[in-house]
Every structure is written in structure tokens, then in C-alpha cells.
Design a protein around this ligand. Structure first.
Ligand code: PLP
Length: 446
């Protein structure tokens, strides 16, 4: 047996038959003696991880230089055991915070019984979860998948199939919004109205048109006999936290009804309590025909869903759509525990109250700092637009052990767990105030 070093820096063994078992070099970092869930696991220090990940993981993410290993409530801890307050929550995912006992118990219990079955058979967690989702939404039927992009793929297929069955193959176009975000698969990046997301991936699927958000006349101009659906987010999260106006959605809803065009709400980011109601559409006088969910749906487990009215859902039959992992018992057991906690522990009220408190605090910062040009959001999906680069503010906050995020280059986004306290929000506002004060001192004419 011979050992050689690959270009990646990892070592490989080759025996006489040419078999190459992977051989990972022993960890250089110490095993941390921690009383927390990582105890007994080897914890690599961040620098190790950075180097090893650069060798083996595709370079698709611009990561910040920390590695998170455990969390409790709204706090997370890195490999060096530093504590951070988490206003990112895995990008609006950890709705119940980290380590919520109900979610942990549900996952442990289900993992002991059965992890996966496929959709060849019936599954109780899937049915129970679907029943609760349907009971608390406009929808009658659910299709389960694993991510937001997949939920939107299902929605796009369902809208096309519904239109195909009713009007024939020519009516298949979907109008989406400029500055929207719907995912990274080929269909959903085409639905996404941002050139930078599509750049380099041509040829793109056909059948998408773009209009302006909050401008119903712009959508009407794009509508014709080929239009099957309009798809949009009630709040453009990745697009800079831009909230849909009530009148816009009401007029759009009426226009869609008038033309028998389906209305699809992408609530991947806004759903599951994020905006203070279980779904954002509840705060508007409209109901979509199709709604997509993911992110907070599993409280941290990967699960997505496409919900629809009975009339629309009947366009799918066996073989129309499928997913091996979709509605997996583990994901559904965790998602059901998350939804139960949200509904039973009055977390929607908390999300509303905390969101209002955060919004007011951010507005106070806007009054104090001229670089803050706008504060927007609903519930615990809040954005603060700056006249300066936002990513450097994210880094300054990180240095002060505060995790926040930035979209569109200059909009700071705050999407903490829905259990966030006013004291934790005060801490965020203090950190932002300190960071912005320091930044203004270093700006000319400030
Ligand atoms: C509104 C919206 N739709 C879809 C997606 C894609 O979700 P995923 O990353 O789970 O595929 C996102 C992700 O940010 C999103 O914000």
C-alpha cells in the first residue's frame, strides 16, 4: 500500500487493486471540553475549517470567518467558544431559536422510530403536518419537498399544468417581479428578476416575464392570452426587504381573478410567523391560489411545501411531480413540532410585538444617523437601508459578536428567531449605534 498527497492536500492510500480509501489527516485542533452538545466530538478550529473547506467544497458562498458549533435560544457559539447574538437565524430559518426542547424531542423520538420511507407508502407525520398546515391556511392540499427553490418549482409546474388542462399549451407564461428572488434551480433563477442571478446560465427556460413590484399597471402591461400566473413575494426579502403595498396586492388579486390568472405567493421567507401572522397574506385582503413555504417551516430541518386550493391542486395526478425525500417523516415530525410551538406558545404575538419594538428602535437609529435612509419590514423581517456599503457593517457587528445580514449590498436585514426578547433587541440596537457612530467618525464631513 502506498500513500500519496492529492492536489487537494488530502492524503490518499492506494492498494495493489487500485482501491483508494479516503484518508483525512488527523485534526490539528483540540477537542474542546465543553458541557454542551458538541462534547465528545472533535471540534475543528475555524482556521482549520477554512483551509480544509477551500480544498474540498465548491466555492459558491462568501462566508464570514467563523464556524458555529452550538446554540441555545437566540445565542450561538463558535468553535473558539465565543458567544454571538443571532439576528440571522440561519437566514430566517430557526423560528424557535436554537435547541428548542419541543423540536429536539420530536426529532429524537422520530429518529428512534423511522427516519425515511419514501412516498411509496403512507406516513403519519406527513399527514398530521399537512392537516395542521391546511387547517391554518387558505389551502386545501399540500405537496412536500425539501427547499424553497423546490417549492417554487412545484408551484411553477402546478400553475402550468392547471393552465394546460384548462386552456391548452399556449397559456403557460408566468409573470414575476423585478428584484424578486425565487431560488437557484434553472426555473427558479429564471423566475428571479435579477440579472446577476441568471448571468452565465443561459439558455434559460422559456415562459417568464418580468414586471415591477408594487406597480399593478406594469403587471397588466405584461399580461396577455399566454399568461398562466403571477408569482411574487409579499415582502421581497433578498431584494432589499421591500414590503408589498395593500392596495397593490388587492388590485393584483382582482386583476388575476378577472383574467382567471393564478396568483402565486412565494412565502418561503415571509411564512411561518416571520411577519407576525402565520402567513404574510393574512395581513392583506387577499388569498393566493398557490403558496410556497420553506425556511422556517422545519425550524431548522430542511423541508419545503407548495400549498394550493383544491381546484388548482387537482391538476397534479400520480406521476405529475415527486420528491424522494419530500415530506420525510423526520422533517415532518420536526415541522409539526415547530408549527405546534408557534401556534400554541403564542409566538405569533411575540413576533408581532418584538417586530414592532425592533422597527421602532431602527427608526430611532434612522433619526440619529444620516446614513440610514429607510427602515422597512413587517414583524421580524426588518430591513435598514444605508447610503453606505452594508457588508462592512455586517463585519463590524460580527466583531462585536452580533450576527446580522445584508441584502442588495446596502440593506441590513434582521430576521432573528421569533422568541427574541426586547433585551436582545436592545443589545442589537446598542451594537448598531456603536458601529454606525464609529463609521461616521471615519467618514469625511461627518
Ligand atoms: C422568497 C424566497 N424564495 C425562495 C428561496 C429559495 O429557497 P432555498 O434556498 O431554500 O432554495 C428563498 C431563499 O432565500 C427566498 O427568500
Amino acid at each position: 500500500m502506498r500513500m500519496f498527497r492529492k492536489a487537494t492536500g488530502l492524503f490518499c492510500l492506494v492498494n495493489s487493486r487500485g482501491w483508494k480509501p479516503p484518508f483525512i489527516a488527523p485534526l490539528r485542533s483540540p477537542v474542546l471540553d465543553s458541557p454542551f452538545p458538541t462534547r465528545g466530538f472533535a471540534v475543528m478550529l475555524t482556521e482549520d475549517l477554512q483551509q480544509r473547506s477551500a480544498r474540498t467544497i465548491m466555492n459558491t458562498y462568501a462566508r464570514l470567518p467563523i464556524s458555529l458549533v452550538r446554540g441555545k435560544g437566540c445565542k450561538v457559539y463558535d468553535a473558539e467558544d465565543r458567544e454571538y447574538l443571532d439576528f440571522v437565524a440561519g437566514i430566517a430559518v430557526n423560528a424557535l431559536g436554537h435547541g428548542h426542547p419541543d423540536l429536539v424531542t420530536a426529532i429524537e423520538r422520530q429518529a428512534r422510530h423511522l427516519l425515511h420511507t419514501s412516498n411509496l407508502y403512507y406516513s403519519e407525520p406527513q399527514v398530521l403536518f399537512a392537516e395542521r398546515l391546511v387547517a391554518h391556511s387558505f389551502a386545501d392540499k399540500v405537496f412536500f419537498c425539501n427547499s424553497g427553490a423546490e417549492a417554487n418549482e412545484a408551484a411553477i409546474k402546478l400553475a402550468r399544468k392547471y393552465s394546460f388542462d384548462k386552456y391548452g399549451p399556449d397559456r403557460h407564461e408566468i409573470i414575476t417581479m423585478n428584484n424578486s428572488f425565487h431560488g437557484r434551480t434553472l426555473a427558479t433563477l429564471t423566475a428571479t428578476g435579477q440579472a446577476k442571478v441568471q448571468q452565465g446560465f443561459a439558455p434559460l427556460p422559456q415562459g417568464f416575464k418580468y414586471a415591477d413590484f408594487n406597480d399593478v399597471a406594469s403587471i397588466e402591461r405584461q399580461m396577455d392570452q399566454r399568461t398562466a400566473a403571477v408569482m411574487l413575494e409579499p415582502i421581497q426579502g433578498e431584494g432589499g426587504v421591500v414590503v408589498a403595498e395593500g392596495a397593490f396586492l388587492e388590485q393584483l388579486h382582482a386583476l388575476c381573478r378577472d383574467r382567471d390568472v393564478l396568483l402565486i405567493f412565494d412565502e418561503v421567507q415571509t411564512g411561518v410567523g416571520r411577519t407576525g401572522t402565520l402567513f404574510a397574506y393574512e395581513q392583506y385582503n387577499v388569498r393566493p391560489d398557490i403558496m410556497t413555504l420553506a425556511k422556517g417551516l422545519g425550524g431548522g430541518l430542511p423541508i419545503g411545501a407548495c400549498l394550493a386550493t383544491d381546484d388548482v391542486a387537482q391538476a397534479f395526478g400520480p406521476g405529475s411531480h415527486a420528491s424522494t425525500f419530500g415530506g420525510n417523516p423526520l422533517a415532518c415530525a420536526g415541522a409539526l413540532a415547530t408549527l405546534n410551538a408557534l401556534l400554541d406558545d403564542r409566538l405569533l404575538e411575540r413576533s408581532r410585538a418584538a417586530g414592532a419594538y425592533l422597527h421602532k428602535g431602527l427608526q430611532t437609529l434612522q433619526n440619529r444617523f444620516s446614513v440610514v435612509t429607510a427602515v422597512r419590514g413587517l414583524g421580524l423581517l426588518q430591513g435598514m437601508e444605508l447610503s453606505i456599503d452594508g457588508q462592512s457593517i455586517v463585519q463590524d457587528c460580527l466583531a462585536r459578536r452580533m450576527l446580522i445580514n445584508c441584502t442588495m449590498g446596502n440593506v441590513l436585514r434582521f430576521v432573528p428567531p421569533l422568541i427574541v426578547t426586547n433585551e436582545e433587541i436592545d443589545r442589537l440596537l446598542d451594537v448598531l449605534s456603536g458601529v454606525l457612530t464609529k463609521r461616521l467618525e471615519s467618514l469625511p464631513h461627518s
